[in-house]
Design a protein around this ligand. Structure first.
Ligand SMILES: [Zn+2]
Length: 427
């Protein structure tokens, strides 16, 4: 077989950059004596992109130890204590016919992976193999803590709509749930749109919350490649792409507003969470690829503006704005809010990248005649500081990302921060 031993941390395929997930499959092995043996149900990692397989080190260790045990046993001529499994299907492998003995890895595994997991009051569906065989999750001092528990994405609906809770994303596949303005629990979203939380985080919540979560709990699909996983195994955030840094900055701004004004400026829905995974660096210069980036960006940065709460906040604090607020929404509403709550910047100028994003969404959607489309694109390029003739979508997208990033920097810096008495402290 051609599996490689996985030596890198992270779940990215060396071959194609795809995400690895855990599978259970056959593994063939030759003993020193020349005997050909095979194992069924062996945990391996497989790339969803190119199907390349890797052996997790925990699997390798168990196989090595078992092999040694077999070879010693043969010398001592003792009977084997492990049940032999007959396996008849899957004869395509050249070595299947020659295989003299089949072992069930499931049974061997239980000799090695039998730690007592952290105690749960509510019984969740999860697979201990995820904890043992997905690299980087074993913590001898907190056994089972980092076991991924999977949910339908609808599990998030409560936190999106419940007045006491809030929800936001800090990267395209990593998010936070808030209770009031406190972090409550973090979650990831995998390539199959399943929500993932760590077992250890879940059992710290009160039992009622756990029963709610249990109602949307589904069996593991063994796929946890996401920023959620990467954050846990401490992948360097310094290597984060410009797109990912922008998402983080957006979250920083939203959190600062949440902390100081008890206001959620963004209101996400499950569809936005799904499309946010498509926010990736633009690699090809085509309108289709451009559209695939601009649509989720616009959905997250513009369409997710929380019109209802921003409007309410402004009405409460500035009753004189009542008329002006009528019919105002989206970027213009956010702009008005920022004008009232920042010092030292011209919001009208600084917020321009959001309007450009909105216009680029229109450009990419082909809703206009070629002429007006061309005009709008010219205007976008000019406002981004590019030549009005710029037509390389990669250049346009990268510039837009940079400008949005700078915009959030300014907003974060210039937000009037309240002290506990509700007075501005002038910083
Ligand atoms: Zn691959």
């Amino acid at each position: 077989m051609k599996e490689e031993v996985l030596s890198v941390s992270g779940l990215d395929c060396e071959n194609c950059g795809g995400k690895l997930h855990l599978i259970h499959s056959d593994k063939f092995m030759k003993l020193k004596s020349g005997e050909k043996i095979a194992f069924a149900n062996v945990p391996l990692l497989m790339c969803g992109g190119c199907q390349k397989r890797y052996i997790p080190y925990q699997t390798k260790e168990i196989l090595d130890e078992f092999q040694q045990m077999l070879e010693n046993t043969e010398h001592e001529n003792q009977p084997r204590s492990i049940d032999i499994v007959e396996k008849e299907e899957d004869k395509k492998e050249f070595s299947v016919e020659e295989t003299e003995t089949w072992y069930d890895f499931e049974k061997i595994k239980n000799m090695f992976c039998n730690d007592k997991f952290i105690a749960e009051k509510v019984k969740f569906l999860y697979d201990r193999d995820d904890y043992y065989f997905i690299p980087g999750l074993v913590r001898p001092w907190k056994i089972g803590f980092l076991t991924p528990v999977f949910f339908n994405i609808e599990v998030l609906l409560k936190y999106i709509h419940h007045p006491q809770y809030g929800l936001d994303i800090g990267a395209d596949t990593f998010g936070y749930i808030y209770k009031g303005d406190e972090h409550y629990i973090s979650f990831g979203i995998n390539e199959n749109n399943k929500v993932i939380m760590w077992l250890g985080d879940i059992i710290d919540l009160n039992v009622e919350e756990q029963f709610y979560l249990r109602s949307e709990n589904v069996p593991s699909d063994h796929s946890i490649g996401s920023e959620f996983y990467e954050a846990q195994i401490e992948v360097q955030w310094a290597e984060a792409s410009a797109e990912r840094k922008l998402l983080k900055k957006r979250l920083d701004f939203n959190e600062k507003v949440r902390d100081n004004y008890n206001l959620a400026v963004a209101q996400l829905d499950t569809e936005t969470l799904r499309v946010a995974k498509n926010i990736r660096k633009l690699l090809v210069n085509t309108n289709d690829a451009f559209k695939d980036l601009i649509i989720p960006l616009n959905e997250l940065f513009v369409e997710a503006i929380n019109n209802k709460d921003i409007s309410k906040d402004l009405k409460q604090k500035y009753p004189e704005l009542k008329e002006e607020l009528k019919g105002k929404k989206g970027i213009k509403l956010l702009q008005l809010w920022l004008e009232k709550n920042t010092t030292g910047i011209d919001v009208n100028v600084e917020i321009a990248p959001l309007f450009v994003l909105y216009d680029l969404r229109l450009v990419s959607a082909h809703l206009y005649s070629d002429n007006s489309r061309e005009e709008l694109l010219e205007s976008c390029c000019t406002r981004l500081g590019l030549a009005e003739t710029e037509r390389n979508y990669i250049v346009i997208a990268n510039t837009l990302i940079d400008k949005l990033d700078e915009m959030y920097d300014k907003f974060i810096q210039c937000l009037s921060v309240m002290n506990k008495g509700g007075e501005e402290d002038g910083e």
